[in-house]
Design a protein around this ligand. Structure first.
Ligand code: TMP
Length: 202
């Protein structure tokens, strides 16, 4: 069996770059690696992605759409890849649904936990990384990004930021494996730290 790694965190924190660098480093060390993103990855998932953009759908609808995307990706891409011994890195996972649809969107928490649980199809995450950075640094990164807040108000972005901090302290987390909360403020390269985690060095 391969390994399933999820990378989560607020918009603009650098998840996508980390996923790319991590995939390259794992490939260099001889692993066969695929990357997926949530929502997305399958035909249906990419349609869901279009509809999860801020302001288009109700938060509960967003939760169902993200769950749909996850189910399709796990059944059609992730499980088969793991069975072939591949390492799978997912850009976002259940923490995003918890933060965006429960903490920001106000959907009932039990509903979100149920949706998250069911949409994983019993699959367990081997390594879960939540990437973060100081709020001021994140605001600067987002200001430099010509996509701006990607359709979100600054207030909502701040709430997402707080959501990830709260996810850390939440007692009923679905992820059974130990999660790593890594800060980009740390001078050590974040990809190196994730490599240490997934290779069991630290
Ligand atoms: P991004 O990963 O490129 O930033 O875009 C994904 C968007 O989808 C982002 O705004 C967060 C949102 N999203 C949710 O609202 N709920 C979810 O469960 C997931 C996976 C993503």
């Amino acid at each position: 069996m391969g390994k399933f790694i999820t990378i989560d965190g607020p918009n603009g924190v650098g998840k996508t770059t980390l996923v790319f660098n991590l995939a390259n480093r794992l490939q260099e060390s001889g692993h066969s690696v695929i990357t997926v993103r949530e929502p997305g990855g399958t035909e249906l998932g990419e349609i869901m992605r279009e509809w999860v953009k801020p302001g288009l759908a109700e938060p509960l609808s967003q939760a169902f759409m993200c769950a749909t995307s996850r189910v399709e990706a796990i059944a059609k891409i992730i499980r088969p890849a793991l069975a072939e011994g591949k390492w799978v890195i997912s850009d976002r996972s259940v923490a995003s649904t918890w933060v965006y649809q429960y903490y920001l969107g106000g959907v009932d928490r039990m509903a979100i936990e149920r949706i998250n649980l069911d949409s994983m199809l019993g699959l367990e995450v081997d390594y879960s990384v939540i990437l973060n950075v100081g709020l001021d640094a994140l605001r600067e990164r987002i200001a430099d990004d010509n996509r701006g807040y990607r359709g979100m108000s600054r207030r909502d972005m701040d709430r997402v930021y707080a959501g990830y901090i709260n996810w850390r302290g939440d007692k009923s987390m679905l992820i059974k494996s130990e999660q790593r909360f890594l800060s980009c403020d740390d001078p050590m390269d974040v990809c190196e730290r994730v490599l240490q985690y997934v290779t069991g060095l630290k």
